[in-house]
Design a binder for this molecule. Structure first.
Ligand code: BTN
Length: 233
C-alpha cells in the first residue's frame, strides 16, 4: 500500500534522488512529492522538465522479491495511470514499456530505479504526469498535458489521490488480470517497427515483460532494455 505517508516539497532536485538518498529512513510505500524539480530525471539520462503545475512524485517499495518482478510493478503503475486519467475523461494508452500517451504524445513518464545488482533492497518508482502545462516549447510535437486535452486546469492533488487509489486497488489484483488490462491499454501490439534495421511485427508482450516480435525470417523475444522504440507504424 502506498501513500500512508507523503513528504511534500515546494522544490527539490528530484523526488527519485531524494528517495535514493534517504531510503534507509523511509517506510515502504512512502510518497515524496514536489511542486517543481530542479534536476528532474527521465530514463536514459534525459532530463525531465519540471515546471510548476504538473505532478512529480516518487514512492519507495521495500522488501522487493526479485528483479523479475520489476516489469510487474511497471505494468501495475502504467495501468494505474491510464485508469486515473480515465476518471478525468482523458483517454491514455501505454507505449511499451512505460510511457503513457494521449493522441500519440507523451502525458506521463515513469522512471523505475532499483538498488544493487543482485539482491534488490528497494525500488524507487518515479512518476511525472503533465497536468496543467500548456506550452511544451521544443517538445510540443511529442508532449501533451491533461489541460491540452481537456481545456481546463485539474487539481494536481486530485490527480495524485487518483493514482494512489488506483495503484492500491491494482496491488490487490492478481498479475494475470492486471496484465490483461496492460495489453488492452497497450498501443504497440500489431504495429511494425525497425529493430537493428530489420522490420518486425510486434505480436505481443510476455508476462515477463519481453517484447515478442516476428518477421518472415524469425520470431523472438527481446528484452525491455535492449530497444528504443522510436518509430511505430
Ligand atoms: C521518462 O519517461 O523518461 C521518465 C520520466 C520520469 C519523471 C519523474 S518526475 C518524478 C520523478 N523524479 C524524477 O526525477 N523523475 C521522475
Amino acid at each position: 500500500m502506498i501513500g500512508k505517508e507523503i513528504i511534500r516539497f515546494d522544490s527539490i532536485e528530484s523526488t527519485n534522488s531524494y528517495i535514493k538518498r534517504n531510503h534507509s529512513t523511509l517506510n515502504d510505500g512512502t510518497i515524496v512529492l514536489s511542486k517543481t524539480q530542479s534536476s528532474g530525471r527521465g530514463r536514459s539520462d534525459h532530463t525531465w522538465m519540471s515546471e510548476e503545475g504538473n505532478l512529480y512524485f516518487s514512492f519507495i517499495v521495500k522488501g522487493f522479491a526479485s528483479r523479475s518482478k520489476i516489469f510487474e510493478l511497471l505494468a501495475r503503475v502504467s495501468v494505474a495511470v491510464v485508469e486515473l486519467l480515465r476518471d478525468f475523461h482523458v483517454d491514455g494508452s501505454i507505449k511499451y514499456p512505460n510511457d503513457v500517451l494521449v493522441d500519440n504524445k507523451k502525458i506521463c513518464g515513469i522512471l523505475i530505479e532499483s538498488s544493487g545488482t543482485k539482491e534488490i533492497d528497494y525500488v524507487v518508482v518515479g512518476v511525472g504526469i503533465n497536468v496543467n502545462q500548456v506550452d511544451f516549447k521544443e517538445l510540443s510535437d511529442t508532449a501533451v498535458s491533461m489541460k491540452n486535452t481537456l481545456g481546463n486546469d485539474s487539481s494536481v492533488e486530485e490527480v495524485l489521490v487518483g493514482f494512489i487509489k488506483h495503484f492500491n486497488l491494482i496491488e490487490e489484483v492478481p498479475f494475470t488480470k492486471v496484465f490483461e488490462d496492460y495489453l488492452r491499454y497497450s498501443l504497440i501490439i500489431g504495429k511494425r517497427t525497425l529493430i537493428d534495421d530489420e522490420e518486425y511485427l510486434i505480436s505481443g508482450i510476455s508476462e515477463a515483460g519481453k517484447l515478442i516480435i516476428e518477421n518472415d525470417k524469425e520470431s523472438k523475444e527481446i528484452s525491455l532494455n535492449s530497444i528504443q522504440l522510436t518509430d511505430l507504424y
